[in-house]
Design a protein around this ligand. Structure first.
Ligand code: ZN
Length: 373
């Protein structure tokens, strides 16, 4: 794996392979993906000579070797091949500036290699029109043109060290193989394998990978007992027609409490009692939407947004189904998300336990949030 680039086209002091996506440096994302593949016998990582300013070795697996590269990509690949033990291994070459590498593409490359071909490379068609600037501008047919990506795979010993001397102008190893009149197979690549060259590329990939990596779940469970005297019952901010209300310090909206706990749980920030202690008199009879709004504010501070919410109300009485739509609508307003992102269900415990004895209501909420960085 070549990770020796300087990344001069990126407006960053840190070479692109050492930048972070989520919690991991790009070079580590590639190392982990390649070294965890079942066919990986050795991984030679070629770093630039100043790597120590930006990178500390984290991977101590025996079959991973770090070396410093040469002046060009060719010199770097050349140095890496020299380190490899002489054997009939397949050779996989990858640019560390493409953090989208995964086992699916590695498997596809291995499975596409046959006796007929000396190498397999992932490619994508060119969708933009192409013109050539020479003395005059001329158009070029794009139908037979492809963009080449990495990783690329080569059959054992097809690349010799001499080849690198002869072809030091080639931009990648597949070009060397083609110049040797050997056949290279092209397979469909993946936009995910996009190479980080510009600031835009980095931000684009960061957006894609971050939403994948920072999906978090939270769950909330709350129970309140019914009052003995007739009082107002509020669920999800909606007044429900029932003879009893729920006991509690605040307005006892068990549904909003459970959602609040789910949101706080998704960002590991305690529970409703941490932020609104029940012994504080100012929360007496408080509208529970205050608690919900506070948890939403904390989620927003973490750059999080709700993906979806699934709620189950557990009680024998009252009958919830006639209120489902209204509660959903109110939750959508309070949470500022579309109604379709909120699922609200109700069930009984078949006459068993405290809910079965009509002593109170329990609510369970599960939430999925995306944290963007
Ligand atoms: Zn509660």
């Amino acid at each position: 794996m070549v990770a020796a680039g300087k990344g001069s086209r990126l407006q960053s002091k840190v070479p692109k392979q050492y930048l972070k996506i989520g919690d991991h440096q790009i070079v580590d994302i590639c190392i982990n993906m390649i070294s965890s593949h079942k066919f990986c016998k050795y991984l030679i990582v070629v770093l630039d000579k100043d790597y120590s300013k930006y990178y500390k070795f984290k991977n101590t697996k025996k079959n991973i070797v770090f070396i410093t590269g040469g002046k060009s990509r060719h010199e770097s690949v050349f140095k890496a091949i020299k380190v490899l033990p002489k054997n009939n291994f397949l050779l996989l070459i990858h640019d560390a500036a493409r953090p989208g590498i995964d086992h699916i593409i590695i498997d596809k490359l291995i499975n596409s290699l046959s006796k007929e071909f000396s190498g397999v490379v992932p490619t994508l068609p060119i969708n933009d029109s192409i013109i050539k600037k020479d003395k005059i501008l001329s158009s070029v047919k794009r139908e037979n043109l492809y963009r080449i990506q990495t990783p690329q795979i080569f059959s054992a010993n097809v690349l010799s060290l001499k080849d690198f001397d002869k072809n030091n102008e080639a931009t990648d190893e597949s070009e060397i193989i083609i110049k040797k009149n050997k056949k290279v197979k092209i397979i469909k690549g993946n936009e995910k394998l996009h190479k980080i060259t510009t600031e835009w590329d980095y931000k684009f990939l960061m957006n894609i990978f971050d939403t994948q990596n920072n999906i978090r779940t939270g769950n909330g469970f709350d129970v309140h007992a019914f009052t003995k005297e007739p009082s107002k019952l509020i669920l999800g901010g909606v007044i429900i027609d029932y003879q009893f209300g729920l006991k509690g310090h605040s307005d006892a909206d068990v549904l909003l409490h459970s959602i609040t706990d789910a949101i706080l749980g998704s960002i590991s920030m305690g529970d409703i009692g941490t932020h609104f202690p029940p012994n504080e008199s100012k929360w007496k009879n408080a509208n529970s939407s205050i608690f919900l709004k506070k948890s939403l504010k904390l989620l927003k501070e973490k750059n999080g947004e709700i993906n979806n919410l699934d709620i189950t109300i557990i009680c024998e009485e009252p009958k919830i189904s006639t209120y489902t739509k209204e509660i959903q609508k109110n939750l959508s307003k309070l949470l500022n998300i579309k109604e379709e992102k909120i699922s609200l269900k109700a069930t009984t415990t078949e006459g068993l336990g405290f809910t079965g004895r009509k002593e109170g209501i329990a609510v369970m909420s599960n939430i999925l949030v995306n944290i963007k960085s």
